[in-house]
Design a protein around this ligand. Sequence first.
Ligand SMILES: Cc1cc2nc3c(=O)[nH]c(=O)nc-3n(C[C@H](O)[C@H](O)[C@H](O)COP(=O)(O)OP(=O)(O)OC[C@H]3O[C@@H](n4cnc5c(N)ncnc54)[C@H](O)[C@@H]3O)c2cc1C
Length: 623
Amino acid sequence: MNKSMLRTVAVMSALSITGCGASSVPVATTAAAEASSEAATTAAAETVESTGSLTDGTYTASAKGMDGDITAEVVVKDGKIAEINYTEQDETAGVGDKALKLMAKAIIEHQSLGVDAISGATVSSSAVRMLVSDAVEQAGGDVSEWKNREVKLEVKDETIDCDVVVVGAGIAGLAAAQKAMREGADVVVVEKLAFGGGTSIFSSGSFIAADTAEGVPELVEKWVKRNKITERNPLDMDKINTACAVSPDVLQLLTDAKVDYKLNEEGTMVPAASEQAKKNAENIQLATAKVKVKGGQALVNQLEDNLAENGVPIYFNTKATKLITDADNHVTGVVCESKTGTKTINAKAVVLACGDYAWNDELTGELAPDALHNFTSTAVSNTGDGINMAVEVGAVKSAFGESMSGCFAPDPYDMPVVGQPNNSYPFECLLLDNKGNRPVSEALGVHDQMIYFINEGEADYGWVVMDQEIADKFLKLDEYLERTSEGSVIQAYKEDSIEALAKDMNLDPATVQATVDQYNKMCEAGEDTDNGKDAQYLSAIDAGPFYAVKEYDLTRGNYGGIETNLAGEVTDKDGNAIPGLYAAGIISSAGFFGDYYPGREALGVGAYMGFISGENAAKYAAK
Ligand SMILES: Cc1cc2nc3c(=O)[nH]c(=O)nc-3n(C[C@H](O)[C@H](O)[C@H](O)COP(=O)(O)OP(=O)(O)OC[C@H]3O[C@@H](n4cnc5c(N)ncnc54)[C@H](O)[C@@H]3O)c2cc1C
């Protein structure tokens, strides 16, 4: 199976309806989602009455989730499941743990195991089904009957009127909604997934910023310096100046929305949760280290909660499909689809903040062809919907798009946990390319390293080679060894000799041996004269057994998208604004980054341009 096919399978499995022949509408249970649950479930689901009843009691059951065992106490009262209380779980913060709540809520509401999995968190969802099945069995119920219980939905179309509708609840959409709300607009947010945050939720939540107007020129200078500017992809200084100019106001908005963060000495806005996450992970293998709350999660959840407190509804599981225009091609709303029917949202202005297009092969092939065969850790819902909707009403796709440097991961479908300041392996290892050579330092900053593998190396994967001492520090190694089989995407090997390992990796044994020998010589001398790796990470690979793990480069998404002007208005082929249509975030990010994405700027583009487009959309709506 090639990567393109694997990507397709992953999207399908993540987005597909995986219920057992039945259907339901799970609703979010964060404070924000609770506050807007009325809106999210306007077309209430109706449960078909079931017959079998369970024996009252509390039943403990476990199942394997995405990040280890999930255990819950399932309380049966009056023959029905009354509560599902998790006593142990370590699912991905902000995604898997939300899915647990949503699944529990849906199962209790419908008294059925035929509820749908939560899009984007199918493994966690399946685990809940499995453990509740176990509890049902313990309580004397018929599991297959519970799985087949039909759950009928009342499908009802509805029309909603508002000033500004924001499509997408990532950082850009939430910033736009926050600012438009603070400008006095009546705001509605629609989000395709069952939870907010998109890709933003997977990030560390950090971006470069300035908290005073005097600090803005320095921010601009830093922004430019961090990017590699080439003829092929020059920076758009007007856009960068405009975005950075609102940085102090954006930080003030975050403060007003009660986001817990600080601007550190390096001029980076860091959510408090991100600092804690780094400490928990002891600054090593952050990509796979387990942390309770990520910075990105803390940032988006607080922005969502604050919107809810201010009465702004977020309609989850609601996918915008088409922009509404009037006779003059002014955008006047958006049509959305959900399992409970069509929502026609009439608005004076629409802000598209639908994220990137890395999960859309057609758009990727057209806008960022080099990224077509890369795996990505962007949200599975980022399929370029906003780009396609905008183009239908006359928007123009940016000529330049590129994949964003990401991180290495042995399992390309295992979403990283923090924004990967470091990589997913011990720095003492040896990182080989597809020829068996060692092109870069294993301890190099993740962005620089990925730039080599994504853009300059011949293959978009590397091999981590270790001996036992180093392998002891490699998280989840046993799991990867166990999951390796012919044709499986995960490739991890253990052998007694480097030669055998080279054969497993399909590399020339003589080349690999020469690379290992040269590396060991440098370790002995205490200096990496080839790639300059810090001496503290130089550890000879000399005591078997030896291990190799294939590491895929995961991009953070593709930047580029549609053209916008400095006011965040979407523009047509003549450069004129399409009235009523705004866009913000990675969907309209051409000109913000050079050839390679340098990190800690994408959230800035989202927050800054979200703020600007939200403000202008509200002002336009008030006219
Ligand atoms: C692992 C990882 C770590 C990162 N770390 C950092 C970092 O530390 N700092 C940094 O600056 N950047 C980081 N990035 C990049 C950054 O997170 C993203 O580029 C940024 O979050 C994009 O924000 P956005 O709001 O434009 O899109 P998103 O956050 O992806 O939000 C888009 C939203 O739109 C929704 N949507 C899509 N289509 C529709 C539709 N048709 N209808 C309704 N909703 C729709 C999606 O479901 C999604 O929720 C990281 C990226 C990754 C993958």
